[in-house]
Design a protein around this ligand. Structure first.
Ligand code: PMP
Length: 315
């Protein structure tokens, strides 16, 4: 397995995957000065390798870097480095239908500095790994985290970027939920605890009478690339899609609930539990979420014509 390491965002090199040296006083270790991205490469039936919307990842990383006072690679540098990493790891891209190559770009403050200030040096690296289907393809049993002190992010925080620090508050809630048999946690807005935000690593949609809704993006949840793509696909298929505040009560009264993300792709919730109330939803191939998933995966894997220019070929 090879890993791309790009110093000063100009002269990159491919080095074997392995441990790296880092100063104990690096910004990423002490103050969380780090952001990452996640995207996938799929092998098509006719032997090509496709990336899905890498430009969106590059742009999101740029926004995150600005928020954390870091310089970032240009969109072209980002995509070139991702392509080089995939080419160097071609043999790890699973055959069609057997998974994908998950690609993890990471940008971090690595220069040594004791004080709380932007690091004097940065590192941008990319590593990757073959992955199968998340949650083994089963539907999700979701627990709503009702303790507000366990929210991921408040207004003015870093919830809108893919900062490494957003994942720290998730540990305790997900560990506890998993110990109690749940597969994921749905977090609420930290201000009122009435509206849903996102799950630990995916965005959430609810369906009621064929109308689709998803929480509005306003700085506290991650603007998911899968979320954006699903909104487009559903709109093209003639569904009404609303980005708005969604209360927990609406989730409990929905016909369907589903999650979207690079790892999870599109996955339905089999149940949502809020306090002592558990609601079950229909799952399976007849659901709207599976219809949307089929179209998305078809485009990502080259089985459905990409009329939107979302896929980028790697060779
Ligand atoms: N929310 C969070 C907290 C995430 O970690 C992710 C995964 N990146 C998402 C949403 C979904 O984003 P995307 O569709 O870009 O993977």
């Amino acid at each position: 397995m090879k890993c791309a390491k790009v110093d000063k965002f100009s002269q990159g090199s491919l080095i074997p995957y392995g441990n790296m040296e880092i100063s104990p006083s690096a910004g990423i270790l002490n103050y969380g000065q780090g952001i990452f991205e996640g995207l996938k490469a799929y092998r098509t039936e006719d032997g090509h390798i496709l990336l899905f919307r890498p430009e969106e990842n590059a742009k999101r990383m740029k926004i995150g870097a600005e928020r954390l006072c870091m310089p970032s690679p240009s969109v072209d540098q980002f995509i070139t480095a991702v392509k080089q990493t995939v080419v160097a790891n071609k043999r790890w891209v699973p055959p069609p239908g057997k998974g994908s190559l998950y690609i993890r770009p990471l940008l971090m403050g690595t220069g040594a500095l004791l004080g709380l200030a932007p690091a004097p040096e940065y590192t941008f690296l990319i590593y990757c790994s073959p992955v199968g289907s998340y949650h083994q393809g089963s539907s999700l049993n979701i627990k709503v985290e009702d303790r507000l002190y366990r929210a991921i992010s408040g207004h003015g925080g870093t919830g809108g970027i893919k900062s490494i620090t957003n994942y720290a508050p998730v540990y305790s809630a997900t560990a506890e939920a998993k110990a109690n048999g749940f597969t994921d946690v749905l977090f609420l807005d930290s201000a009122t605890g009435k509206n849903i935000e996102e799950a630990s690593s995916c965005n959430v949609f609810v369906v009621k009478s064929d109308a689709i809704s998803t929480p509005v993006i306003d700085g506290t949840i991650l603007p998911g690339i899968t979320r954006k793509s699903i909104i487009d696909i559903a709109t093209d298929l003639g569904y009404q899609v609303m980005e708005r505040n969604i209360s927990v009560d609406e989730v409990l009264g929905a016909d369907e609930v589903f999650c979207t993300g690079t790892a999870v792709v599109v996955n339905s919730a089999a149940s949502v539990t809020y306090k002592d109330k558990r609601v079950e939803y229909k799952t399976g191939p007849e659901t709207l979420s599976q219809k949307l998933r089929k179209t998305l995966v078809g485009i990502q894997t080259g089985c459905i014509e990409d009329t939107k220019g979302w896929t980028v070929e790697v060779d």
